[in-house]
Design a protein around this ligand. Structure first.
Ligand SMILES: CC(=O)N[C@H](C=O)[C@@H](O)[C@H](O)[C@H](O)COP(=O)(O)O
Length: 225
């Protein structure tokens, strides 16, 4: 069965890297349940083990598999093998890097085609610029997500806030549903994304990363240092 994300959906990204005390499927599974009870309509999760754990929340799962290489910059579901692992774990939608940067394995267009035809799943194209969004639409991505704005060499340095301008620019040019993702750190910013033309909003750090949230408070309490 393929899940459709509903318009106006909040998607909560439940991710914790290996150095985070909350790393692991038990914690991410609990985060997903808390997010569901709070009104999330989808979960984004990294790696097959976490995807399996967050499925218990009964929401559409957007799976990614971060695979880092020392010689190429692309790490979000860079290969078909990574997509297959996520499909086996039960992901409903596969998110993948759709920038034109150097990578190992298939080009994003080919990955999108294979994910649709061989795995029967929909795709989230993670992009960083308007041109990449336009290309992702041509590739047949189901959703276009602003995930990588501020994280590619040509969109760095990363601004403090989210890229609402990219959402407006995409909304004027594409028919594919746009997902706002990356630094939507307050409810007001998430609302602004919808007003700018986003179909759904992904929030990660500010909901599921207590260490990072604590850092923000600690900095301010220490006088902004
Ligand atoms: C650039 C990259 O690798 N972003 C990742 C993509 O899955 C995650 O680390 C982010 O937490 C996610 O995109 C949500 O964004 P934010 O945590 O800012 O709400």
């Amino acid at each position: 069965m393929t899940f459709k994300l509903e318009p106006g959906s909040l998607i909560v990204s439940c991710q914790a890297r290996a150095d985070n005390p909350l790393h692991g499927p038990m914690f991410m599974g609990a985060m997903a349940l808390a997010a569901r009870d709070g009104g999330a309509r989808g979960i984004r999760a990294n790696g097959a083990d976490d995807v399996r754990a967050v499925k218990a929340a009964g929401l559409p799962v957007i799976g990614i598999d971060k695979v880092f290489s020392s010689d190429v910059p692309v790490y979000i579901t860079p290969t078909f093998a990574a997509a297959e692992r996520l499909a086996e774990a039960g992901a409903d939608i596969i998110a993948l890097d759709c920038t034109p940067r150097p990578r190992h394995g298939d080009a994003p267009q080919e990955l999108i085609r294979r994910i649709r035809e061989e795995l029967g799943l929909e795709t989230f194209a993670d992009i960083s610029t308007l041109d990449e969004g336009l290309a992702a639409e041509q590739m047949g991505a189901t959703y276009i997500s602003t995930t990588l704005s501020g994280y590619t060499s040509y969109t760095e340095p990363k601004p403090e806030g989210p890229d609402l301008e990219l959402i407006r620019a995409l909304a004027a040019r594409v028919n594919t549903p746009i997902v706002a993702e990356g630094r939507f750190n307050t409810p007001a910013l998430a609302r602004a994304a919808i007003t700018a033309g986003a179909y759904a909003v992904v929030v990660g750090t500010m909901i599921t990363n207590p260490r990072e949230i604590t850092r923000g408070f600690a900095r301010e309490v220490a006088g902004g240092k």
